[in-house]
Design a protein. Structure first.
Length: 346
């Protein structure tokens, strides 16, 4: 593990030395990937699953390498990675499991989707970190929007198939029994209580399991490691740092029970967010118009945030970087002169 960490640091450091070139390549590949994804989404929506799997197995390990060097690797324990891993398992091993599909739908169009908006994820093509952050949250929802709805074709044999939820004409008659292209077969195949169970209650149980595991790993098993190195970031540390600096609503809410209970309040606020966003997945699942509108809202939010980053944030970052480099240059020159004087005196 230590060897992997050192190698990860070496790779990340080399990448920083060629940052400008890598940003250009990232921008090119990001635009090509996004354009290709949109084409496949429209032309062959049944193949989006393969694109998603390819994205996950390539970019999540790369993100670990980058985050390990930046001391951000505990971010990979966040709920979004937990949900994406479950989604990947479903796609690869249980593609016809109706109940697991509903749980994944709830994750994708609930907490993951709303995190794009609440945490202001930005679609910036020259930043690999931002591209991966957006796709980690948006790809499961896009996939499930075009992915299979479970339809019982033959009840006696128990044959359950995934077909394209809204678009695939091959299953039009089975999916739209009343002839309305905007109504899915779920309205006829299952009861509302069934949908509430697997779109709301079961996903919340899965969320509680994740929260307990996260607390055990970060706040119990790795507590001393985190205390020894305050530079190591977790989601709680990062959000607390930003909220305190801004002195915003989240900082005031997390302090309602005192500074010593901010961690508990953070967990409570996150739980409230998860319950609220998970409840919204039921009406989204049942309505084509609402589901389509939500897809447009997510995409628009990330593009808007990306534009805001490029126009307002990035110029400030460039100025600060140049200022930092200009401050370092005199020190380098001064050090070189002193070394030269020492050499001559010898």
């Amino acid at each position: 593990m230590e060897m992997l960490s050192k190698q990860a640091g070496k790779i990340a450091k080399q990448a920083e030395e060629h940052e400008n070139f890598i940003n250009k390549v990232t921008h090119l590949l990001g635009v090509l990937f996004f354009g290709g994804f949109c084409f496949i989404l429209g032309a062959r929506p049944q193949d989006v699953r393969y694109l998603y799997c390819l994205f996950y197995v390539i970019f999540v390990p790369l993100r670990w390498i980058y985050y390990r060097y930046k001391k951000l690797h505990y971010y990979l324990l966040d709920f979004c990675y937990y949900a994406n891993t479950i989604f990947l398992v479903m796609l690869l091993f249980y593609p016809t499991n109706e109940k697991l599909f509903l749980v994944c739908f709830s994750f994708a169009e609930g907490p993951l989707a709303w995190a794009l908006i609440v945490w202001r994820c930005s679609l910036v093509f020259n930043s690999m970190d931002k591209i991966v952050s957006v796709f980690i949250h948006i790809l499961p929802g896009k996939k499930l929007f075009s992915f299979a709805e479970i339809i019982v074709i033959n009840v006696r044999d128990g044959l359950v198939l995934f077909t394209i939820r809204w678009w695939d004409p091959a299953f039009f008659e089975a999916m739209h029994q009343n002839g309305n292209s905007h109504t899915g077969s779920w309205l006829y195949a299952e009861t509302k209580s069934y949908l509430w169970t697997w779109l709301f209650f079961v996903p919340l149980v899965a969320y509680v399991v994740w929260q307990l595991l996260y607390f055990l790993i970060v706040n119990v098993l790795r507590e001393q490691r985190l205390l020894r190195d305050p530079e190591v970031m977790t989601s709680y540390r990062e959000l607390s740092k930003k909220a305190q600096k801004a002195n915003n609503m989240w900082w005031r809410l997390s302090g309602l029970l005192g500074d010593q209970n901010r961690m508990f309040m953070y967990i409570l606020l996150q739980a409230v967010f998860t319950v609220a966003t998970t409840a919204l997945t039921v009406p989204i699942f049942l309505s084509y118009e609402l589901h389509l509108t939500f897809q447009l809202l997510k995409a628009s939010a990330t593009v808007w945030n990306g534009g805001n980053f490029l126009i307002e944030v990035m110029p400030r970052q460039v100025i600060l970087k140049q200022k930092k480099m200009s401050e370092m240059c005199p020190l380098v020159v001064e050090t070189s002169l002193k070394l030269g004087e020492v050499t001559q005196s010898q």
